[in-house]
Write a protein that binds this ligand. Structure first.
Ligand code: NDP
Length: 284
């Protein structure tokens, strides 16, 4: 039976460091501040925004919310981002996705200054991780691996999914940690044969219970990024947890796994952004 890695345990560990960093910034008169932009009234987005604001409040991070109507024009949204980009009191900016269809997500995401892009969507990911605002979900997975003592160096890693926000940056981070990385997608031939090679298997597909036990190597570490709604509205991961748990050495549950880490990494990025924008030694 696999060891279940609880996202909350890892998040608590990360957030205790974030709390210390907030205290150090406050002692220098800097109040870390996150601006959250919500366009439209998508109920799931409203919940995500509320959770982010609550987490900010818990940690002593100031949050500003900008709620715009669904019919907001692209120029209006870009003007708001430009204003926040040039406000020295705002250290992080995030625009909750998905945006209404008439807005070009790529243009909006790229409009946020990289130093304030706390979602890490524009991050080019370099080996100098201390200066980067890493994409939150893949960075959260790396924290999970570290916390559980799973070393990546030399291991066969397989990422199923190649999206710009999860699959691709996930593969890059595993590569930077010296894993031997394979990225799979909908055109991969004989997917189970590829996933069965993996010592570390990351599922970011968006299909409930897609990764079945026959696709997993005995003793593999299986990280489930998926968040899917079942017919009964229950949240399901991409991994068939009950069956895979019997075969893997480590596994993350859904809910309660990677999702909890994503928000913790957003908080970490916000505080890191505030520190990078206010280097010590430049206080007045
Ligand atoms: P996307 O839909 O953007 O990407 C899904 C990827 O899965 C694509 O690369 C696609 O391949 C691949 N795929 C789809 N079907 C198959 C198949 N049959 N075989 C192999 N590969 C396949 O999703 P995201 O990357 O945005 O998200 C993935 C999952 O992670 C979702 O469930 C999402 O809700 C969840 N998520 C969770 C987060 C968290 O905080 N826990 C944060 C972000 C996402 P192709 O490129 O060929 O189409």
């Amino acid at each position: 039976m696999a060891t279940i890695i609880r996202g909350k345990d890892v998040a608590d560990h990360v957030l205790s460091g974030v709390k210390a960093d907030v205290a150090a910034l406050l002692a220098r008169g800097i109040e870390p501040c996150l601006a959250v932009i919500l366009v439209g009234d998508d109920p799931a987005s409203q919940v995500y925004v509320r959770k982010k604001k609550e987490k900010c409040a818990e940690l002593g991070i100031r949050s500003l919310e900008f709620t715009l109507p669904a019919e907001t024009k692209q120029e209006e949204l870009l003007a708001l981002i430009a204003k926040l980009n040039s406000d020295p009191g705002v250290h992080g900016i995030l625009c909750q996705l998905p945006l209404p269809k008439h807005l070009d997500e790529q243009t909006i995401v790229r409009a946020v200054r990289p130093e304030k892009d706390v979602d890490g969507f524009t991050c080019r990911i370099s080996a100098d991780a201390e200066r980067d605002l890493m994409p939150c979900t893949p960075a959260g997975v790396m924290e999970i691996l570290r916390y559980a003592g799973i070393s990546v160096a030399g291991k066969r890693c397989c990422v199923v999914g190649r999206s710009n926000i999860v699959g691709k940056p996930m593969a890059t981070l595993l590569l930077l940690a010296d894993g031997t990385v394979t990225v799979c997608h909908s055109r991969t031939k004989d997917l189970p044969a590829v996933t069965r090679e993996a010592d570390i298997l990351v599922a970011a597909v968006g299909k409930p219970r897609f990764i079945t036990a026959d696709m997993v190597k005995e003793g593999a570490a299986v990280i489930d990024v998926g968040v899917n709604r079942g017919a009964d509205k229950k949240i399901l991961g991409d991994v068939d947890f009950d069956a895979v748990e019997k075969k893997a050495s480590f596994i993350t549950p859904v809910p309660g796994g990677v999702g909890v880490m994503t928000i913790a990494m957003l908080m970490k990025n916000t505080v890191r952004a505030a520190a990078l924008q206010n280097p010590a030694g430049q206080d007045s």
